[in-house]
Design a protein around this ligand. Structure first.
Ligand SMILES: Cc1ncc(COP(=O)(O)O)c(C=O)c1O
Length: 418
């Protein structure tokens, strides 16, 4: 086998991996139709204020809701906005606690701070990388009002166990499905297992509209509050009626545009096939890495469908004999995009360490953000997590073979890296 690229040998792969997202003809036509029609948002069109947005937005909401078997779907301009609305819709009060995993994107936790509530971090489980039900139970205080499980990297969280704890302690459950659209848990698509679910359509996501988000729920009150929060808190008006400018509650401008809705409708139709393609590529890569010591491929769980927003591997430096950083350097030099760690557990950032949000001023509890509170997340970040983002169409099985070949090559030559 040729020498490692890091040590002057030839690279396993020269060509870049195919870019994502792919904008198809259907998306192009759908966006042009919006331009031709000339109504880009329609939330504040006159005469006759449109509290519920333009016709594409409403169609997208209806289709997204039906796809999930949810009574209501409310479109937003991001998942962060939808999470904020979910916290308000679930009736969480300032000063109350919202339990979240620390190993996730920042807004899973900041959505609580935006409403004056306090994120409390509970550790993740090493199998799924999602919230650990035992860790959830251990951090519940009398101030706890909600939990936000995250279906991380496309893998559904341990929802039955989490829901049992939530029910025992009367916690509202907001699912963060940003990375797992159409992933299934025991046959049900994530998002409708808890009180409400939130999705992201940001450009890197499995279903993308550039920016965008959606809240789904079967709870009419959450849906109603979400629509108000999205639209300056102004009350609904029937089509044709004059706009009142009367704010019922504190609201923001979290509205989606018709462009995003047009893209979203196209992307939703393609989502099942796109996810199946991700699953085929992931299965191929898992087979190609089969038998490689010191790397744990993503486990398949009975009754769950992983949709591989990214493909996570666990690295064991004691088997490889080289630190993770050295492994990453060597695989990267072979022409393979791979990264380590994902996010630093959120509580370790200055926002929490120095309590840099107004919500902390009025808080009377004793939440801890000390290093060591979530050892599994800290270890994943520091030592063991590897992520490959290109396990998605338009990449092909040949691309997966290149990834596996590079990793096997580094394995064969690992002793030269010590
Ligand atoms: C788990 C998770 N939650 C929330 C978000 C926020 O999504 P958005 O960028 O649409 O606000 C993201 C985005 O990356 C995410 O990965």
């Amino acid at each position: 086998m040729s020498a490692l690229a890091l040590l002057g040998g030839p690279r396993t792969r020269h060509a870049p991996f195919p870019p994502y997202p792919v904008i198809g003809e259907a998306e192009r036509r759908a966006v042009l139709e919006v331009l031709d029609e000339g109504r880009l948002s329609t939330f504040i069109a006159s005469p006759g204020a449109q509290f519920l947005g333009g016709h594409r937005i409403r169609q997208f909401e209806q289709e997204f809701g039906e796809f999930h078997g949810a009574r209501f779907a409310v479109a937003f301009n991001s998942a962060t906005a939808a999470l904020h609305a979910a916290v308000i819709g679930c009736g969480i009060a300032p000063g109350e606690e919202v339990i979240v995993p620390p190993y996730t994107f920042t807004s899973t936790a900041t959505c609580a701070l935006m409403h004056g509530a306090i994120p409390v971090f509970a550790d993740v489980d090493e199998e799924t990388f999602c919230l650990d039900p035992k860790a959830l139970e251990a951090v519940i205080s009398p101030r706890a009002r909600a939990v936000i499980p995250v279906h991380l990297f496309g893998q559904p969280a341990l929802m039955d166990e989490l829901q049992q704890v939530a029910r025992r302690h009367r916690l509202r459950v907001i699912e963060d499905c940003a990375q797992a659209p159409a992933a299934t848990y025991k046959g049900t698509r994530v998002g409708v297992l808890g009180d409400c679910g939130v999705f992201s359509f940001q450009e890197t996501k499995n279903l993308m509209t550039g920016e965008g988000g959606m809240l789904v729920t079967n709870d009419a009150s959450i849906a109603e509050i979400a629509r108000l929060v999205r639209n300056h808190g102004e009350a609904a008006v029937s089509p044709g009626e004059a706009r009142s400018y009367k704010a019922e509650i504190l609201g923001w401008n979290y509205r989606m545009t018709e462009f995003e809705a047009a893209l979203g409708r196209c992307q939703l139709r393609q989502l099942p096939e796109q996810n199946r393609a991700r699953q085929r590529l992931a299965a191929h890569l898992t087979r190609a890495l089969g038998g490689l010591p010191g790397l744990r491929v993503p486990p398949l769980r009975e009754g769950c469908e992983h949709v591989y927003y990214v493909y996570p591997l666990l690295y064991d430096a004691s088997v490889w004999g080289i630190p993770r950083a050295r492994f990453l350097e060597a695989v990267g030099a072979e022409g393979i995009p791979i990264s380590g760690g994902y996010v630093k557990p959120l509580y370790l950032s200055p926002l929490y360490q120095e309590r840099r949000a107004w919500a902390f001023r009025a808080y009377r509890g004793d939440v801890s953000y000390a290093e060591g509170i979530c050892p599994v997340a800290e270890r994943l970040h520091r030592e063991t997590m590897l992520l490959i983002a290109v396990v998605r169409p338009p990449a092909t099985e040949d691309d997966m073979d290149d990834i596996a070949a590079a990793i096997w090559k580094v394995w064969e030559h690992r002793k030269e890296l010590t």
